[in-house]
Design a protein around this ligand. Structure first.
Ligand code: COA
Length: 317
């Protein structure tokens, strides 16, 4: 049996911090309102000349170093992002060149906040079929570039960042299962109306926050059941929940579903905000570097995002 094993993680946050107190100066809101409704205290924002690929590259350097691999071993690069540097080439191709990696397939995946779980799922299948042995999987987003800072219920949520993992083929258990889903009929509840081919409407995020909230909680409930059932595991078998960081109240609802105390949930939303595809690898790397998550522990990652898309990954770390 071939498994995909996470052998190194890395993350990167831009220097500039946008705190709730900064937002109080931009529109009518309060630190108290934002903290109570979302759990967010601050988020990092890119500078004018910083791009998604820059965040991805810094996170990847750390992941490569942590894994101890020769970077020439990387035989596939996948970047999950909704905010690519350019329409084309893909951010993955730009990252390949910036890191000076050897020629290998490189492509982007777009599943918004579920992007990292989607990318992990695809990378796992490349490894399980023997098509790749060492994959650089990145989640990176510059959500500030598509945020309307005059829409206060929306602008408070988003942050920028990048996270990366090195996945290597192993005979030791690693990724145990991945589960990905989508339902495009919810497009209008969370979207950027204008794009490349469709050039009508705003080019910033529009969201029906309270509706998204309710559907997210119910959907994450069902993905947790699906993951546990497929692996014939009990809730108590999960050591850590590593969730997409969308809203502390969504995280608390999933923890409750798992009968898990919040100290077994990796929470970075207070410091990072919602960094979309970057949020899970950022949370994972932060928890590993803070010596919370240890080798041999069982991790459940889950995410929900625009599309709607959703998914999970069960991992023996
Ligand atoms: N500061 C102060 N008041 C605000 C505010 C802000 N930043 N944003 C909205 N409000 C006000 C609204 O104007 C409204 O006032 P009213 O009752 O006088 O009309 C009130 O707060 C409630 O607004 P509502 O939009 O219903 O707030 P909410 O409780 O749903 O919270 C979100 C808004 C966005 C925090 C919440 O819906 C949410 O987190 N949803 C999930 C979104 C998400 O995670 N999306 C990404 C998925 S990957």
């Amino acid at each position: 049996m071939i498994y995909s094993k996470i052998t190194g993680t890395g993350s990167y946050l831009p220097e500039k911090i946008l705190s709730n107190l900064d937002l109080e100066k931009m529109f009518e809101t309060t630190d108290e309102w934002i903290t109570t409704r979302t759990g967010i205290k601050e988020r990092h924002i890119v500078s004018a000349h910083q791009y998604t690929s820059d965040l991805a590259v810094e996170a990847s350097k750390q992941a490569i170093e942590a894994s101890g691999i020769d970077s020439n071993k990387i035989d596939l690069i996948i970047v999950a992002t909704t905010t690519p540097d350019k329409i084309f080439p893909s951010t993955a191709c730009i990252v390949q060149t910036k890191l000076g990696l050897s020629l290998c397939p490189a492509f982007d995946i777009q599943a918004v906040c579920s992007g990292f779980v989607y990318a992990l799922s695809v990378a796992d299948k490349f490894i399980k079929t023997g098509s790749a042995k060492c994959v650089l999987v990145i989640g990176a987003d510059t959500m500030s570039r598509i945020t309307d800072y005059s829409d206060r219920s929306n602008a408070i949520l988003w942050g920028d960042g990048g996270g990366a993992v090195i996945l290597e083929a192993s005979d030791q258990p690693g990724i145990l299962s991945t589960h990905i889903h989508a339902d495009g009929s919810y497009e209008k509840l969370l979207h950027v109306p204008s794009g490349v081919s469709h050039q009508k409407g705003k080019s910033t995020i529009e969201m029906q926050g309270n509706q998204v909230f309710k559907i997210a909680v119910n959907t994450l409930d069902s993905i947790v059941d699906e993951t546990l059932e497929m692996n014939q595991l009990d809730k108590s078998d999960i050591d850590w929940l590593v969730p997409h960081q969308a809203n502390i109240r969504i995280l608390e609802a999933t923890a409750k579903k798992l009968n898990m105390s919040m100290d077994r949930v990796i929470v970075t939303i207070d410091r990072h905000g919602n960094t979309s595809a970057a949020s899970i690898p950022l949370a994972l790397d932060t928890a590993i570097r803070e010596h919370k998550i240890k080798r041999g522990e069982t991790l459940l990652m889950e995410a929900f995002g625009g599309g709607f898309t959703w998914g999970s990954a069960l991992i023996k770390y």
